[in-house]
Design a protein around this ligand. Structure first.
Ligand code: ATP
Ligand code: MN
Length: 162
């Protein structure tokens, strides 16, 4: 009907009901997370428009480090942040070049909790995540971050296998 706004569209008439419209892509920069990144890029053809690239610096790592760190913790934190910034910047540029709206987030906390919080806050359509990450143990079916995300996510989760 002319002038009406149907469910799933906003006032501009843009469709927000696409399965992959707004993607949350959490990465630990592992090979498998990079494989998931390739899948993200390919989702352009499936209607993906916007991608949030998220890296979480695990706060539990700092708690453990505090016991035996010789280096200043603040300095380690700064290094990790800087390194993460460099890495996500490359991914952001690549996505923009491919015509996506891309934003980056670097957060400190427990990875699964931060991923799920951003999922809720940002109205994500789908999470694209690796089945495994930096640990990538052979006998493990799925990594602990992925497992928690699959259990608790409200949106669809696309798990990219190793
Ligand atoms: P574990 O961490 O349980 O020892 P793992 O490292 O093999 O196992 P996960 O950590 O669950 O597996 O990683 C699975 C996926 O979760 C990664 O491919 C990545 O997409 C995402 N991920 C893992 N850690 C982070 C993180 N710190 N920040 C953002 N995304 C992450
Ligand atoms: Mn991991």
């Amino acid at each position: 009907m002319a002038g009406s706004v149907s469910p799933g569209t906003d006032i501009t008439g843009r469709d927000h009901t696409g399965m992959f419209t707004k993607i949350l892509y959490p990465t630990d920069f592992s090979d498998i997370a990079m494989k998931a990144f390739d899948v993200v890029k390919q989702l352009k053809d499936a209607g993906a428009e916007e991608v949030i690239i998220l890296h979480v610096i695990d706060s539990r790592f700092f708690d453990a480090m505090a016991w035996y760190a010789t280096k200043d913790l603040k300095e380690i934190e700064r290094d990790l942040n800087k390194e993460a910034k460099n890495q996500v910047k490359k991914l952001e540029d690549e996505l923009k070049e491919a015509g996506f709206k891309a934003t980056v987030r670097i957060e400190e906390g427990i990875p699964s909790s931060v991923i799920l919080k951003i999922e809720r806050d940002e109205g994500i359509s789908a999470i694209v995540i690796g089945s495994h990450g930096t640990s990538n143990l052979q006998e493990i079916l799925i990594g602990s971050v992925s497992e928690k995300v699959i259990r608790r996510a409200e949106s669809m989760v696309l798990v990219v296998k190793r």
